[in-house]
Design a protein around this ligand. Structure first.
Ligand code: FAD
Length: 400
């Protein structure tokens, strides 16, 4: 792999069999597979000054490995994704746990046996728990909608407590909504866990953090003789796409284009901007070994921020006397403001707008959209890799 800043003078796109826009999971996975399975010469264009997309991590001034775009916890049930990523990293055995700060008390979420006792006191909490066990059985995730459907005052009390103290205010902060704007079908899905397991992803057989961090994982993924990475390059400066043609540097391009950026931007938002939520992330280094007991604490009843992450608690890094935390403030994304679009707002109107943009590129046989931005959806890291593996399978099949 070569990594350069900016495009060299005389850059010739025709020297490459594929151009990949974006060096996040979607782009890096496709680049690697096309290079090693098709023998393609691949050019990766990335407008940031680093690889790894939103998974980028680096050591801050205190020497603490932090995730610049928010905490990333790897978890998957997908064997193929895990096998692919494990070629590029070892994993630590980190198991993610989340606590909610509810009126000053830290309670496990999803709400479980211990949370019930913390919320209602030992005796009542235990009685409510036994009722949940008798009704649903142990080690089950039960949506609060199902608790309500039983018409039992105890179960309704638990459902109401969880709705109000774990879900409602947090969701309002996260999505900038009032209670009546919150979709009742989503509200009903909020789970209570009937059991003691405090892991956030108990179902994931593969879970952990890349032993040397995400950026190193990406360095290894992109480390291939046929891959060239160009940072600080906004692909829109050289890539022009219409419903009938793709050109790069002013000439028709016949190779494959893998596009992982926002689709509306590619067309200068001419149909309107696709709405997103973004985050202000405020990092702080403190003079102590540890600030909170777990990686993430959600603030579900107080504060303007949604959660605090303490990175050392996730990476297991040992840095005596110092720790870095990060608070997340959610807000509306404004195109052109320099913010990053994080969470697509998956409402019907927005999805329809996305479909109209997407229809424009449907007939272009060599132009492929993949990833959280280009597909306008929320993906966990493993979901993006799975999609990129599928897309690269298709391209490889066409060229073999
Ligand atoms: P990205 O990582 O965004 O990569 C796209 C890249 O394309 C970017 O680097 C961008 O700069 C570049 N690009 C865009 N347009 C252009 C252009 N015109 N020219 C050149 N380059 C361009 N997933 C998990 O599995 N676990 C987690 O714990 C988790 N936590 C998350 C926390 C937050 C706050 C957020 C926002 C997401 C989290 N995710 C998590 C999801 C994860 O970040 C995504 O699944 C993953 O990053 C998506 O990869 P991608 O390649 O689609 O997009």
């Amino acid at each position: 792999m070569s990594i350069e800043k900016g495009l060299p003078t005389g850059f010739n796109p025709d020297c490459y069999d594929a151009i990949v826009v974006g060096a996040g999971y979607a782009g890096a996975t496709c680049a690697r597979r096309l290079a090693e399975s098709c023998g393609f010469k691949v050019c990766v264009l990335e407008r940031r000054d680093h690889i790894a997309g939103n998974a980028y991590d680096y050591e801050d001034e205190a020497g603490i490995l932090i995730h610049k775009y928010g905490p990333h916890i790897y978890h998957t049930v997908n064997d193929r994704v895990n096998e692919f990523l494990s070629r590029f990293t070892e994993w630590t055995d980190y198991q993610h746990k989340v606590l909610a700060n509810i009126h000053g008390t830290l309670m496990p979420v999803p709400f479980n046996h211990r949370s019930l006792k913390l919320a209602f006191g030992d005796e009542k909490g235990e009685r409510l728990y036994q009722k949940l066990v008798d009704t649903f059985g142990e080690n089950k995730k039960v949506p609060i909608m199902e608790l309500r459907e039983k018409n039992d005052p105890d179960l309704v009390e638990v459902a109401d407590y969880v709705y109000e103290n774990v879900f409602l205010h947090y969701t309002m902060k996260q999505w900038g909504q009032t209670p009546d704007q919150i979709d009742p079908s989503i509200t009903g899905r909020v789970p209570v866990f009937v059991g003691d397991d405090e892991r956030y992803f108990p179902q994931a057989p593969y879970q952990g953090m890349p032993a040397e961090g995400y950026t190193v994982l990406f360095e290894h993924m992109l480390e291939h003789d046929l891959i060239s990475v160009f940072l600080d390059v906004d692909a829109r400066d050289i890539l022009k796409v219409s419903e009938t043609s793709v050109s790069v540097c002013g000439r028709p391009y016949g190779g494959e284009i893998i596009y992982t950026g926002p689709l509306d931007e590619l067309f200068n938002l001419d149909l309107g901007a696709l709405p997103y939520r973004t985050l202000d992330m405020v990092f702080e280094t403190l003079d102590c070994d540890q600030f909170q007991p777990v990686g993430t604490v959600n603030y579900t009843t107080s504060e303007n921020f949604t959660r605090i992450t303490e990175f050392k608690n996730m990476t297991g890094q040992v840095v005596p006397g110092k720790t870095t935390i990060m608070k997340e403030y959610s807000k509306a994304y404004e195109p052109g403001s320099g913010q990053d679009p994080y969470y697509a707002i998956l409402e019907d109107e927005n999805l329809e707008l996305y479909r109209r943009y997407r229809a424009r590129v449907e007939d272009l046989v060599n132009f492929h959209c993949v990833g959280r931005l280009a597909e306008y959806r929320y993906y966990d890291m493993d979901g993006v890799v799975a999609s990129a593996l599928d897309l690269s399978d298709e391209i490889i099949a066409q060229h073999s």
